[in-house]
Ligand binder design. Sequence first.
Ligand code: ANZ
Length: 862
Amino acid sequence: MSDFRPDQIEPKWQAYWQKNKTFKVEEDLSKPSFFVLDMFPYPSGSGLHVGHVEGYTATDIMARFKRARGFDVLHPMGWDAFGLPAEQHAINTGTHPRDTTVENIATFKGQLQALGFAYDWDREINTTDPDYYRWTQWIFLKLYEQGLAYIAEVPVNWCPALGTVLANEEVIDGRSERGSHPVIRKPMRQWMLKITAYAERLLDDLELIDWPDHLKDMQRNWIGRSQGAEVDFKVDAASANGLDANIRVFTTRPDTLFGATYMVLAPEHPLVDDLASDAQRDAVIAYRDEAATKSELQRTELQKEKTGVFTGAYAINPVNGARIPIWIADYVLWGYGTGAIMAVPGHDERDWEFAKAHDIAIVEVIAGGDVTQAAHTGDGELVNSDFLNGKAVADAKKTIIAWLEERGLGQGTINYKLRDWLFSRQRYWGEPFPILHREDGQVVPLPEEQLPLTLPDVERYQPSGTGESPLATIDAWVNTVDPRDGTPARRETNTMPQWAGSCWYYLRYIDPHNDEAPVDPEKEKRWMPVDLYVGGAEHAVLHLLYARFWHKVLYDIGVVSTPEPFQRVVNQGMILGVTYQYFTSPEGEALSYKEVGARTDLSPATIPADQVEWKNEVPFHPEHGVELEEIVEKMSKSRGNVVNPDDVIAEYGADSLRLYEMFMGPLEQTKPWNPRGVSGVHRFLSRVWRLTAAEEGLSDTIVDAEPTDDMLRHLHRTIKKVTEDTEALHYNTAIAAMMEYVNFLYKLDTVPRALIAPLVQMLAPYAPHTAEELWERLGHESSVINHLWPTYEEKWLEDDSYELAVQVMGKLRGEITVPKDADEEAVVALARQNEKVEEHLAGKTIRRVIFVPGRILNFVAN
Ligand code: ANZ
């Protein structure tokens, strides 16, 4: 017997894989291809966490499995390395983000290698590498050529105190995350990408892909298609300083037009200034300034008090000529629809509350509710609506749209919640835009041959104070000429957002060193679409939507051959942290959660899992001795419940960590980290080890004997289960099947070699280091991954026994397990060993036995 020593085995095999380039993509055209992708990490300063390990292990298992199943597998890794934290670190310390990035990547890479992941490291990519972002810039130019990139004045989060624009995630409740300074919305010149032009296809093509429903739903909601109508309301000129104008509204409920009793414009609506009467002007301006400080989210909160100001002007309802007041209110957004609504308080909740708060008339136009009490938003028959009366909602919608269209008063339209994508950042650490602003005012793209446009070195990473990026302060870089004709020009000083690099990185893995094109078309055809993409649900919307958008543009211009990039996406569930809680009194006394009762003077305290003392499966405080309560929540530094993969590897080895994270539960489920779980799978691996290996070579229990039928049945059933479960990403049950099989093998005195080799192969995707070592000891020359996956034979799957119902005088008295080919005599003998059956036969004479093999045994007795 020998000790299981992952600390010796693991480095040995990692070095072997690296030296032999075991995981190099074969590019063997005779094999089917399989592209298995991870959401590549942002190499942060804190290193890999157990959540990364979960997703990366899941794909690694699939990559190794598919390789053993005869596929040519592409399983790459890289770095999404532009972004805010490196820049903030630079601002604080003066360290160039490039240096920080290099350092962090080295840490991450070391950690990934220590986990034994089967990446082809020759295909490593880094979004901050000029050879990579050259093509990010190239794609931007294509977007620009297609009219899908444009400049607009857009409100951004401007923090006057910090002199910088902030990303949404840096703003918390209207204040800067750093320093808590007020943040206002300020219009600035920005690059936008016209993702809205692809809204319909982004929606429709969800049908083509194999994603979980919840993910598709999130994308659908984000795109937010709504069908309705646009309707023109004429301004009553007499009430509005003689203004001759129409206000166009978007409504999903044109059927309720007769119930529109007022209108609302977004405070930013350009007509507001012209409409405001002298009496109302000050109030209108004050309200608009106030609204500028609020985020969309704050403005549209359903519970929020419905504020607003009357402009003093009126509009004419086109269906009945009613004169209705025009208000401004922040619950109407400038960015959606037309930025103006017809308000129907009888049938819209927000309008109802607003009308109540401001004493505006409420008219019922759909029967079935009580509009004096609440808005009736459901279906019903139209009332108070002239030619629509008596119709149902759907019918009324059709009728009114036709009526409006005939008269040129409006038309049916579709609207999307999806906004164009604000694509520029006022930051240093991002891809520079290949764009020149010429002295004569023209905006021109940089010629393709001049790519990459590299980031210049700067001295200071501080924002410029004007809201521009630090690049704006480097005159030597900014001031240039248009290479076409020498006209002086300024470079664009914004940079692209972090999303840019991750929009197409999967393509670059296919052909990472190509300097003629982002990807070779032949190679692209072979590998795309990605067969399996695993990552966190936090990317369910933005990253996956942006990448789909870019991909479709590349599809339209012939760079890629598939309309969708990711055929199958799986979201790994979050791993939650565990801490153990007790309470302390003001006097410093420790109490168990069971002793709290009604006391309110206690404060909670926690200890990490590794300090807990367990007695009979119950957790106790090691010093105070009080019983602890297990608290499961999101892992966070402040909670002290973060599990560091390095620590787990140091204690148990990478194979145990991998195996544990897959054994915790279904991949897609949220799961708590059980601090004692790793030792369980470690025990399992140790058992496999002891079963197979000796100090050197193999254990004596492994023999060159023929397995019995019973052994073969166990083996083949295990192969079937592990194969099918692995294919289906049901890794936890595949592991359970291997555990069961190992239990079976442990009961044998000697283990025929033919039972062990397939086990080692099946274990290989899960615990690759251990498997390689055992495989070598079993006498194989090359890596276990190069050997075809074991197959099962149907004939060994069939049961050798079955359950037989036993009746006495036609009444069911018991069930017995009988061998498949047992004859009547044997079956009767077995049945008579059954207590219940014997009880009912006691004192009787068996007259006749009816035996239908496989179905029933009946004793006729009296
Ligand atoms: C009249 C009406 C009557 C409405 C009714 C609803 C119910 P979705 O489904 O989200 O597209 N709306 C339109 N533009 C808006 C904007 N810029 N800001 C805030 N609200 C806006 O909803 C569209 C509905 O939201 C539109 O239909 C409009 O109110 C409002 F019984 O028009 B409705």
